[in-house]
Design a protein around this ligand. Structure first.
Ligand code: 3HC
Length: 312
């Protein structure tokens, strides 16, 4: 067997690929692309929710939201570290994000207009993220799979707190019920887009399935998500904004309406409602943090110089 065949055999035998193992360059590049963009999504994803920390309706809600946003920062750091094991530096990844070369999840380019949006993000966005991330706990690249185990434990708290927030609103005043339904209406279709384009329009899925980077295709995970949420929304006594959503006994799945892929590619292409705001926030944070990076580097260099002198 040649190197490539040996590699594929390891993947087929469910042997984790570790950073120092031989791997096809395309496998490495696919992982750098996916893991770094996943990390960018976590960091940019902090922005829409961070917008409501100072306006949370109670100390309890504020504490929950602060904990969740902090978790997302931690997820980003795990994932940047996992990507670094493949030979890309943190600065290169940030540069790719800031220059628009790298993507982050389309969902974070939508505005959070009311407090109910925070519930809709937890329930729908983190709910979609969980469905997409649980299989990644079994992805073929070791550091990615191990990072995902910790991330998924925290994601389930994120989803539950979002659902509980909406449940509270759905049992509240007419105005609160209206706010809850409005948020679900605005976040439903963009949440379905999180799973990526249809399988037949996805340039990466087939190869990622062969390399067991992905364990399910985009459409399979999207369908799982729709089937799950179509049941949960009944508990909220709310509806999903899709007249074609109907249980199909034959398929044993929900049929659903057409996704607006034109909107999806517009948002992915940088023309969503908040793309500029999100990228500006990240670029400003990078610029504002320069003095911290310089101070930490100066301290590390001084410490190293001292250790070298002592050792001499
Ligand atoms: N937003 C932005 N770009 C997207 C996208 C989305 N929702 N879905 C797909 N794309 C991009 C892909 O990155 C790819 O572009 P590229 O070649 O320039 O990278 C192109 O569209 C084609 O899509 P594919 O489906 O062929 O690409 P993938 O095989 O990479 O699948 C994916 C896309 C399903 C997002 C996959 O990359 C993945 O599973 N990533 C890991 C999970 C992740 O990143 N989730 C994003 C949300 S994280 C999150 O929600 C945090 C939570 O705490 C809230």
């Amino acid at each position: 067997m040649n190197l490539e065949e040996n590699f594929q055999q390891k993947v087929d035998d469910e042997i984790k690929i570790e950073p120092k193992d031989w791997m096809p360059e395309k496998y490495r590049q696919t992982l750098i692309r996916q893991i770094s963009q996943h990390a960018h999504s976590e960091i940019v994803g902090m922005l829409p929710e961070g917008n409501w920390i100072t306006r949370a309706p109670s100390l309890r809600r504020k504490a929950i939201l602060i904990a969740k946003v902090q978790d997302e920062a931690g997820h980003g750091l795990y994932l940047y570290s996992a990507a670094e094991t493949l030979g890309i530096s943190r600065d290169e990844m940030y540069d790719q994000l800031h220059t628009g070369k790298a993507k982050y999840s389309s969902i974070f380019n939508y505005p959070t207009l009311t407090w109910a949006d925070i519930g809709a993000i937890g329930w729908l966005v983190d709910g979609a993220a969980i469905l997409n991330q649980i299989p990644l706990c079994r992805t073929s690249f070791g550091p990615y799979a191990r990072a995902m185990v910790r991330v998924c434990k925290e994601e389930s708290f994120h989803q539950r707190q979002g659902f509980e927030l909406l449940l509270t609103l759905s049992q509240g005043t007419e105005a609160q019920k209206k706010m809850c339904q409005d948020a679900i209406n605005r976040w439903w279709w963009p949440s379905l887009m999180m799973f990526g384009p249809n399988d037949d329009a996805s340039p990466h899925t087939a190869q990622s399935m062969k390399w067991k980077i992905k364990r399910f295709t985009n459409d399979e995970l999207r369908q799982k998500f729709i089937d799950m949420i179509a049941e949960q929304v009944k508990v909220l006594n709310m509806t999903l904004p899709d007249d074609e959503l109907k249980w199909n006994e034959e398929r044993k799945h929900y049929d659903f309406g057409k996704i607006n892929w034109e909107e999806f590619w517009q948002v992915v292409g940088g023309n969503g409602p908040c793309n500029k705001q999100r990228l500006d926030a990240r670029k400003n944070a990078w610029a504002d943090g320069e003095w911290v990076r310089e101070a930490a580097t100066a301290y590390a260099e001084k410490k190293l110089a001292k250790q070298t002198t002592n050792a001499a």
